[in-house]
Ligand binder design. Sequence first.
Ligand SMILES: [Zn+2]
Length: 383
Amino acid sequence: MGAEVVRYTYRLRPGARAERALRGEWHRCRFLWNEAVHQHRSGNRPTFGKLSTLLTAARRSNTWLRAGSQVAQQQTLRTYGQALGHSFTVKGRGRPQPKSRKKTLPSLEYTTRGFSIWDRRLVLPKGVSVPVVWSRELPSEPTSVRVYRDSLGHWYAPFVVRREAKRAPVVDGGIGVDWGVTTTATTTDDRHDLPHLGHRSRCAAELAKAQRTMARRRRKPGRQSNGYQRAKRQAARLHKKAARQNQHDSRVWAKQVVDNHHLIAVEDFKPKFLAKSTMARKAADAAVGAAKRELIDRAERAGRKVVLVKPAYTTMTCSSCFARAKQQLGLEERTFRCETCGHTDGRDRNAARVILAVAERGHTSVDGISHFQPPSGSVDGAA
Ligand SMILES: [Zn+2]
């Protein structure tokens, strides 16, 4: 498989001085970006080479620009050039727009010439040094880094590194995955089920509380009160926390599933995120979304066979004889009972088995297979 290029992201904890320097750096880069947009609009068609020459000249005469990192400034123009290129070649991609002071978040890019890691700190040009939270070891020397701040005011650094691609163990056998609210993933093998963990519902309850506070403090027109802003920040923080936990659980789970199966049949569930649905429901849907994404990505990277199965009729069909029940199971009904062959199973377990059986027979929906149809030959990854 060879090496793959991936990003390893770490939290940064800049002190007041470093944060001021990063903001200053960002304002200079933003100024250059906006200059490039302006040049383009006034009829010039500056290439990256042309912009780069202009930058060199500008830095010679302008002490404010010279106070910043040349690498970060060059990278800004390079990114602009790429965005401009994409606006011509990628459908639906607009021209690069000016970055406003208030609405855009700081983002700076450095290539190898522009940064180093010294004494476990990220060292940037002009004497800026930022402590990094090394949550895991870098697998190799990074070739570039982006330093950015999110809407909560947290700083992060995704390092671009090369990593030896690990070959997934050779296995055969398949697994079917059915998504749900109380159990995020029910599979054909109960050792691989992913429960909807308690900390997530706790998070959802706190989030619901923060949102109620927001609603109570909301004024109709004009500027919102400080109390409202505080509740809003709290809600954003909780949202992010839940997303991080989902992602962590999903990663651990997906690795287990992918390492142990060759065929991975997944219910093609699409959460609707209706405005009317409850907070608990939204949290459950978000957990499913994260787990599904992680599972499919990982399985595809590992070269496994992934089959997305349409959810229609999966809960109404018997996984033993494929007879379809005449009526939809009520939501509160947790047990599936087949009227044709007498097979009984947990509702979601039965659905997971149906999903796997559909994929094993080379189909993507229950409609493709009929009653008593045996599997069509063996399943192999080349198909
Ligand atoms: Zn049956």
